[in-house]
Ligand binder design. Structure first.
Ligand code: HEC
Length: 264
Protein backbone atom coordinates (compact mmCIF):
# COMPACT_ATOMS: atom_id res chain seq x y z
CA UNK A 1 0.00 0.00 0.00
CA UNK A 2 2.74 2.47 0.97
CA UNK A 3 4.60 1.44 -2.17
CA UNK A 4 1.60 2.33 -4.30
CA UNK A 5 1.40 5.69 -2.55
CA UNK A 6 5.06 6.42 -3.25
CA UNK A 7 4.61 5.63 -6.94
CA UNK A 8 1.53 7.83 -7.11
CA UNK A 9 3.44 10.70 -5.46
CA UNK A 10 6.35 10.25 -7.87
CA UNK A 11 3.94 10.28 -10.80
CA UNK A 12 2.29 13.49 -9.59
CA UNK A 13 5.70 15.07 -8.99
CA UNK A 14 6.77 14.20 -12.55
CA UNK A 15 3.63 15.78 -14.00
CA UNK A 16 4.13 18.93 -11.91
CA UNK A 17 7.72 19.11 -13.17
CA UNK A 18 6.67 18.84 -16.82
CA UNK A 19 3.91 21.43 -16.41
CA UNK A 20 6.18 23.90 -14.63
CA UNK A 21 8.83 23.53 -17.34
CA UNK A 22 6.20 24.43 -19.95
CA UNK A 23 5.05 27.40 -17.87
CA UNK A 24 8.67 28.55 -17.58
CA UNK A 25 8.98 28.44 -21.37
CA UNK A 26 5.89 30.56 -21.83
CA UNK A 27 7.13 33.08 -19.24
CA UNK A 28 10.46 33.33 -21.07
CA UNK A 29 8.72 34.08 -24.37
CA UNK A 30 6.60 36.71 -22.61
CA UNK A 31 9.66 38.46 -21.16
CA UNK A 32 11.52 38.35 -24.48
CA UNK A 33 8.60 39.76 -26.39
CA UNK A 34 7.97 42.52 -23.86
CA UNK A 35 11.62 43.65 -23.92
CA UNK A 36 12.03 43.60 -27.72
CA UNK A 37 8.83 42.78 -29.51
CA UNK A 38 9.46 41.04 -32.84
CA UNK A 39 7.94 43.17 -35.63
CA UNK A 40 5.59 41.79 -38.22
CA UNK A 41 7.70 40.31 -41.02
CA UNK A 42 7.62 41.62 -44.56
CA UNK A 43 7.12 39.29 -47.54
CA UNK A 44 10.89 39.17 -48.24
CA UNK A 45 11.73 38.34 -44.65
CA UNK A 46 9.12 35.62 -44.67
CA UNK A 47 10.72 34.09 -47.75
CA UNK A 48 14.11 34.30 -46.02
CA UNK A 49 12.79 32.52 -42.94
CA UNK A 50 11.33 29.79 -45.15
CA UNK A 51 14.67 29.25 -46.87
CA UNK A 52 16.51 29.16 -43.55
CA UNK A 53 14.05 26.62 -42.17
CA UNK A 54 14.41 24.44 -45.27
CA UNK A 55 18.19 24.58 -44.94
CA UNK A 56 18.06 23.56 -41.30
CA UNK A 57 15.76 20.69 -42.15
CA UNK A 58 18.12 19.43 -44.84
CA UNK A 59 21.01 19.59 -42.35
CA UNK A 60 18.98 17.67 -39.81
CA UNK A 61 18.28 14.95 -42.37
CA UNK A 62 21.96 14.57 -43.21
CA UNK A 63 22.79 13.77 -39.57
CA UNK A 64 22.93 10.03 -38.85
CA UNK A 65 19.93 8.73 -36.94
CA UNK A 66 20.24 7.20 -33.45
CA UNK A 67 19.61 3.78 -34.97
CA UNK A 68 22.52 4.24 -37.40
CA UNK A 69 24.74 5.31 -34.52
CA UNK A 70 23.77 2.39 -32.31
CA UNK A 71 24.33 -0.10 -35.07
CA UNK A 72 27.61 1.58 -36.08
CA UNK A 73 26.45 1.81 -39.69
CA UNK A 74 28.39 3.92 -42.19
CA UNK A 75 26.80 5.56 -45.22
CA UNK A 76 27.52 3.96 -48.61
CA UNK A 77 29.56 6.98 -49.67
CA UNK A 78 32.15 6.25 -46.96
CA UNK A 79 32.56 2.62 -47.84
CA UNK A 80 35.61 3.17 -49.98
CA UNK A 81 37.51 4.46 -46.93
CA UNK A 82 36.66 1.31 -45.04
CA UNK A 83 37.81 -1.11 -47.71
CA UNK A 84 40.55 -3.45 -46.46
CA UNK A 85 43.54 -4.36 -48.55
CA UNK A 86 42.76 -7.95 -49.38
CA UNK A 87 40.26 -8.87 -52.04
CA UNK A 88 39.22 -12.11 -53.67
CA UNK A 89 37.30 -12.50 -56.90
CA UNK A 90 36.18 -8.93 -56.60
CA UNK A 91 34.87 -9.50 -53.08
CA UNK A 92 36.32 -7.04 -50.61
CA UNK A 93 36.03 -6.76 -46.84
CA UNK A 94 34.97 -3.60 -45.05
CA UNK A 95 36.67 -2.61 -41.82
CA UNK A 96 33.43 -1.63 -40.13
CA UNK A 97 33.77 -0.21 -36.62
CA UNK A 98 32.39 -2.23 -33.70
CA UNK A 99 28.75 -1.23 -33.27
CA UNK A 100 27.97 0.92 -30.26
CA UNK A 101 25.46 -1.56 -28.81
CA UNK A 102 28.17 -4.22 -28.72
CA UNK A 103 30.71 -1.98 -27.01
CA UNK A 104 28.15 -0.90 -24.43
CA UNK A 105 27.34 -4.51 -23.69
CA UNK A 106 31.00 -5.50 -23.57
CA UNK A 107 32.18 -2.71 -21.28
CA UNK A 108 28.98 -3.06 -19.30
CA UNK A 109 29.87 -6.64 -18.39
CA UNK A 110 33.31 -5.50 -17.21
CA UNK A 111 31.84 -2.78 -15.02
CA UNK A 112 29.23 -5.22 -13.71
CA UNK A 113 31.94 -7.77 -12.92
CA UNK A 114 33.88 -5.22 -10.90
CA UNK A 115 30.77 -4.32 -8.92
CA UNK A 116 29.99 -7.99 -8.46
CA UNK A 117 33.48 -8.81 -7.24
CA UNK A 118 33.50 -6.03 -4.66
CA UNK A 119 29.99 -6.88 -3.50
CA UNK A 120 30.44 -10.63 -3.10
CA UNK A 121 34.15 -11.24 -2.67
CA UNK A 122 35.87 -8.13 -1.33
CA UNK A 123 33.43 -6.47 1.06
CA UNK A 124 31.16 -9.50 1.44
CA UNK A 125 28.04 -7.31 1.39
CA UNK A 126 26.03 -9.78 -0.63
CA UNK A 127 25.22 -13.26 0.62
CA UNK A 128 26.60 -16.28 -1.18
CA UNK A 129 24.29 -19.06 -2.30
CA UNK A 130 25.22 -21.18 0.71
CA UNK A 131 24.56 -18.32 3.12
CA UNK A 132 21.22 -17.56 1.47
CA UNK A 133 20.31 -21.21 1.73
CA UNK A 134 21.22 -21.34 5.42
CA UNK A 135 19.20 -18.19 6.12
CA UNK A 136 16.19 -19.57 4.28
CA UNK A 137 16.41 -22.85 6.17
CA UNK A 138 16.54 -20.92 9.42
CA UNK A 139 13.51 -18.86 8.40
CA UNK A 140 11.61 -21.97 7.38
CA UNK A 141 12.41 -23.60 10.71
CA UNK A 142 11.17 -20.52 12.58
CA UNK A 143 8.03 -20.44 10.44
CA UNK A 144 7.46 -24.13 11.16
CA UNK A 145 7.77 -23.64 14.90
CA UNK A 146 5.51 -20.58 14.75
CA UNK A 147 3.00 -22.59 12.72
CA UNK A 148 3.01 -25.44 15.21
CA UNK A 149 2.54 -23.04 18.11
CA UNK A 150 -0.17 -21.05 16.40
CA UNK A 151 -3.43 -21.49 18.22
CA UNK A 152 -5.91 -23.21 15.93
CA UNK A 153 -9.64 -22.61 15.98
CA UNK A 154 -10.87 -23.45 19.47
CA UNK A 155 -7.79 -24.17 21.55
CA UNK A 156 -4.15 -24.69 20.82
CA UNK A 157 -3.27 -26.52 17.63
CA UNK A 158 -2.44 -30.16 18.20
CA UNK A 159 0.98 -31.22 17.02
CA UNK A 160 3.47 -34.02 17.54
CA UNK A 161 4.94 -32.22 20.55
CA UNK A 162 1.73 -31.74 22.54
CA UNK A 163 -0.41 -34.69 21.40
CA UNK A 164 -1.95 -36.62 24.31
CA UNK A 165 -4.01 -39.77 24.05
CA UNK A 166 -7.71 -39.31 24.73
CA UNK A 167 -10.34 -41.98 25.30
CA UNK A 168 -13.15 -39.58 24.42
CA UNK A 169 -15.78 -41.70 22.63
CA UNK A 170 -16.77 -39.02 20.16
CA UNK A 171 -13.18 -38.42 19.09
CA UNK A 172 -12.51 -42.11 18.66
CA UNK A 173 -15.68 -42.50 16.62
CA UNK A 174 -14.71 -39.66 14.32
CA UNK A 175 -11.27 -41.20 14.00
CA UNK A 176 -12.77 -44.59 13.19
CA UNK A 177 -14.92 -43.11 10.44
CA UNK A 178 -11.89 -41.42 8.88
CA UNK A 179 -9.85 -44.61 9.26
CA UNK A 180 -12.52 -46.58 7.39
CA UNK A 181 -12.42 -44.21 4.43
CA UNK A 182 -8.67 -43.67 4.02
CA UNK A 183 -6.59 -46.18 5.96
CA UNK A 184 -8.33 -49.55 5.49
CA UNK A 185 -6.91 -50.32 2.02
CA UNK A 186 -3.46 -50.70 3.56
CA UNK A 187 -4.04 -51.38 7.24
CA UNK A 188 -7.16 -53.55 7.05
CA UNK A 189 -10.71 -52.87 8.13
CA UNK A 190 -9.89 -53.29 11.84
CA UNK A 191 -6.26 -52.25 11.72
CA UNK A 192 -5.16 -55.88 11.40
CA UNK A 193 -2.64 -54.96 8.73
CA UNK A 194 -2.20 -55.60 5.02
CA UNK A 195 0.23 -53.67 2.90
CA UNK A 196 0.87 -51.65 6.02
CA UNK A 197 1.66 -53.07 9.46
CA UNK A 198 -0.75 -54.38 12.04
CA UNK A 199 -1.83 -51.44 14.21
CA UNK A 200 -3.48 -53.51 16.97
CA UNK A 201 -0.49 -55.29 18.48
CA UNK A 202 2.17 -54.05 20.86
CA UNK A 203 4.86 -53.90 18.19
CA UNK A 204 5.72 -50.63 16.51
CA UNK A 205 8.15 -49.66 13.76
CA UNK A 206 7.96 -45.97 14.54
CA UNK A 207 6.93 -45.94 18.16
CA UNK A 208 3.54 -46.56 19.78
CA UNK A 209 3.17 -43.50 22.01
CA UNK A 210 0.47 -40.95 21.15
CA UNK A 211 3.10 -38.48 19.95
CA UNK A 212 4.88 -41.12 17.85
CA UNK A 213 1.72 -42.36 16.14
CA UNK A 214 0.55 -38.80 15.52
CA UNK A 215 3.90 -38.01 13.94
CA UNK A 216 3.91 -41.13 11.76
CA UNK A 217 0.44 -40.35 10.44
CA UNK A 218 1.22 -36.66 9.94
CA UNK A 219 4.52 -37.02 8.10
CA UNK A 220 4.11 -40.59 6.84
CA UNK A 221 6.96 -42.85 5.78
CA UNK A 222 6.92 -41.89 2.10
CA UNK A 223 9.82 -44.14 1.13
CA UNK A 224 7.94 -47.17 2.54
CA UNK A 225 4.54 -46.33 1.06
CA UNK A 226 2.93 -44.67 4.08
CA UNK A 227 1.39 -41.37 3.03
CA UNK A 228 2.09 -38.04 4.78
CA UNK A 229 -1.48 -37.24 5.78
CA UNK A 230 -0.82 -33.64 6.84
CA UNK A 231 -1.41 -32.69 3.21
CA UNK A 232 -5.00 -33.90 3.19
CA UNK A 233 -6.00 -33.77 6.86
CA UNK A 234 -5.96 -31.13 9.54
CA UNK A 235 -4.37 -31.60 12.96
CA UNK A 236 -7.71 -32.36 14.62
CA UNK A 237 -8.46 -35.16 12.19
CA UNK A 238 -5.00 -36.65 12.61
CA UNK A 239 -5.43 -36.48 16.37
CA UNK A 240 -8.82 -38.26 16.16
CA UNK A 241 -7.36 -41.03 14.01
CA UNK A 242 -4.42 -41.34 16.40
CA UNK A 243 -6.84 -41.82 19.30
CA UNK A 244 -8.71 -44.44 17.27
CA UNK A 245 -5.51 -46.31 16.36
CA UNK A 246 -4.38 -46.27 20.01
CA UNK A 247 -7.79 -47.61 21.07
CA UNK A 248 -7.24 -50.66 18.84
CA UNK A 249 -4.41 -52.01 21.02
CA UNK A 250 -5.08 -55.60 22.03
CA UNK A 251 -8.29 -55.86 19.99
CA UNK A 252 -6.85 -58.97 18.31
CA UNK A 253 -8.80 -58.82 15.02
CA UNK A 254 -9.11 -61.88 12.76
CA UNK A 255 -6.33 -62.29 10.20
CA UNK A 256 -3.92 -60.08 12.13
CA UNK A 257 -0.61 -59.52 10.41
CA UNK A 258 2.55 -60.79 12.12
CA UNK A 259 4.14 -58.26 14.46
CA UNK A 260 6.72 -55.87 13.07
CA UNK A 261 9.16 -53.65 14.92
CA UNK A 262 9.85 -53.29 18.63
CA UNK A 263 7.56 -54.33 21.45
CA UNK A 264 6.31 -51.42 23.54
C1 HEC B 1 -0.91 -46.73 0.69
C2 HEC B 1 -0.94 -47.58 1.82
C3 HEC B 1 -1.15 -46.92 3.19
C4 HEC B 1 -2.18 -46.12 3.59
C5 HEC B 1 -3.38 -45.65 2.76
C6 HEC B 1 -1.95 -45.86 4.97
N1 HEC B 1 -0.81 -46.44 5.39
FE1 HEC B 1 -0.05 -46.38 7.27
N2 HEC B 1 1.53 -47.47 6.66
C7 HEC B 1 1.72 -47.99 5.40
C8 HEC B 1 2.98 -48.71 5.36
C9 HEC B 1 3.56 -49.41 4.16
C10 HEC B 1 3.57 -48.55 6.64
C11 HEC B 1 4.92 -49.11 7.11
C12 HEC B 1 5.98 -48.06 6.99
C13 HEC B 1 7.34 -48.62 7.32
O1 HEC B 1 7.62 -49.76 6.97
O2 HEC B 1 8.11 -47.85 7.91
C14 HEC B 1 2.63 -47.78 7.43
C15 HEC B 1 2.81 -47.44 8.77
C16 HEC B 1 1.89 -46.85 9.56
C17 HEC B 1 2.04 -46.61 10.96
C18 HEC B 1 3.25 -46.95 11.78
C19 HEC B 1 3.15 -48.35 12.31
C20 HEC B 1 4.34 -48.75 13.15
O3 HEC B 1 4.54 -49.94 13.30
O4 HEC B 1 5.05 -47.86 13.66
C21 HEC B 1 0.90 -46.03 11.40
C22 HEC B 1 0.58 -45.60 12.82
C23 HEC B 1 0.05 -45.88 10.26
N3 HEC B 1 0.66 -46.39 9.15
C24 HEC B 1 -1.22 -45.31 10.30
C25 HEC B 1 -1.97 -45.05 9.16
C26 HEC B 1 -3.20 -44.33 9.20
C27 HEC B 1 -3.87 -43.79 10.45
C28 HEC B 1 -3.64 -44.24 7.92
C29 HEC B 1 -4.87 -43.52 7.40
C30 HEC B 1 -4.94 -42.12 7.69
C31 HEC B 1 -2.67 -44.93 7.09
N4 HEC B 1 -1.67 -45.41 7.89
C32 HEC B 1 -2.82 -45.09 5.75
C33 HEC B 1 0.86 -47.88 4.35
C34 HEC B 1 -0.29 -47.12 4.33
Amino acid sequence: MTELLIWALLFVAAIILIVSLQVLKVIKIFIKESISPSPFATAEEKEQFRLLAAEREAEEKAKPSIWTKIMGLKPMTEEKDLMMEHEFDGIAELDNPTPAWFSVLFYGTIIFAIGYMFNYHVFNWGKSQEEEYAVELQEAEEARIAFLQKPGAGGPQINENNMEQSTDKEMIQKGAALFKTVCTPCHGEHGEGGVGPNLTDEFWLHGGGAKDVFKTIKYGVPEKGMVAWEKSMNAKQISDITNYVLSLKGSNPAGAKAPQGKKE
